[in-house]
Ligand binder design. Sequence first.
Ligand SMILES: [Zn+2]
Length: 439
Amino acid sequence: MAKKQEVVKLPHEYFPPISFQAAGPDNQTQQSNMIQARQNPAFTFAMALIAEGLCKRADQIVLDYTQSAVAVQFAVDGLPQNAPPRDRQSGDGMLVCLKVLANLKPGERRARQEGKITADFRGQKFILLLFSQGVKTGERVSIKLQPKKNPFGSLEDLGMRDKMREQYKETVNSGKGLTILSAPPGLGLSTTWKFAMEAADRFVRDFVSVEPKEGNEEEIINVNPYRYSVAAGESPDKILPTVLLKQPDAIVLPEIVNKETMRIILRHVVEDEKLAITRIQARDCCEALLRVRQFCEDPAAFAQAVTLVLNQRLIRKLCDCKQAVPAPPQLLQQLGIPPGRVQVLYREWQPPPPDPKAKEPPPVCSKCQGVGYFGRTAIFELMIVNDAIREALVKTPQLEALRQVARKSGVKSIREEGTLLLVKGVTSLPELQRIIQLG
Ligand SMILES: [Zn+2]
C-alpha cells in the first residue's frame, strides 16, 4: 500500500492570497526590495500576519519584541485583541521582510523608523503604515492597515445626523469665523477632518491649507496646500504672511503650534471677516475651546472669532447577530429616556449556556466571527458658539463652568448623542460606556 503523502500548509496558505508592492525612491529600488523580501524564508510569515489581520478586519497590528518571544495584538474596530505570540526566529524574519518592503533599515532596531507598503487583498488595495521603535524591553512595531479607499465617504456616512449636518454646513459656509474640530487621541480626528473639509464649499471659495511638510496630511480637492518645514525649525506663522497676500477666503490649519500663528489667524477671521478651520485633540467641545484659547493673547478676540466647535469619537456598531434584552426601567431613567419609550436594548451576541449533550459548539456568526460588533460609526457633539458661551470664554474660562453654559445653550453631549444610538440598537451599553470613559 502506498504511503499517504503528508500535505503541509505554509503559514500564508491558511488565508486568502495577498500580494505586496515594495516601497522605494525609484522602480529599481522597489524591485530589488521586493526580491530581497521574497527570498527571505520568513516571507510567508509576513504574508500570513498581514492576511490574518485583514481577515479579522484589524485596523492595526502591534508586535512587541522581547528577549524570548513576540507578543501579537490585532486591533479590530479600534479594540486590541491578543493573538498567540510568535517565536523570535520567525518573528524576526517576518519583521526583516516588512522593513525591507517598506524601504527601511532591517538591522536598525532602536531608532524610530516609519514607512509604507501597498498590499492587494481580496481585490482591494491597502496601505500598510509601518512604525518601529526600540523600547526598554526590546522593540515595538505598529502596522496600521488602511484601505486605500476610505470606508467612510462623507459626514453623513460617518453617522452625523441630518440636522447637525445642516447646522455645520450653514455655519462653515457663512464663510466667516473660526471653526475648531476635535476628538480624543486615536478616535478618528483625521477622518472627520477630511470629511468636514469636504462638506465646506471649497468650490466657490478659495481655500488654502498651511501644513507641516513632514506631516502625512491627506490632500483635499480644491484646498491649495502651503507647507512649512518642522525639521528646519519653521512654524505656520513663518509662511502665513506670504499666504495671506493672496487673500484666500479660508485658511485650513491642522496645527496651531504657537501664539504668533493664532494672532495671524484671529486677524484673518476678525478683521478681514474670513474663515479659518483648525483642529485639536480634546475630549469635548469645551475642552477644545480652552485648549485653543491657550494660544490666544487676546481672549476677547478669540471669543469673538470662534463660531463652531465639533467633537467626535468613533464607536463600534453591533453586528446583525445582536440580541434584544428587556430595558431595565432604572437604567432608562438614568439615561434620561422617558418611561414607555423604549422596551428593549441590544447587546452583543452571547453564546447559549453550554449543553453537555451537544456534540458541537454553537455556530458562530460568520460576519463578525463571534465578536458581536461590526464596523464603527461616529458620535458627534456640535457647539454653535453663542453670546453666553463667548462671555464664559472671557470671564470664566474653566472647563466645568463652560460645560454648564454649553448645556444651557442646548449643546448635546457625547453621552446624550450616544444614548440615541443605544436606543436605536446601533450600539450596546458596555460599548457606549467604554467610549465615554476613553475620553
Ligand atoms: Zn455577528
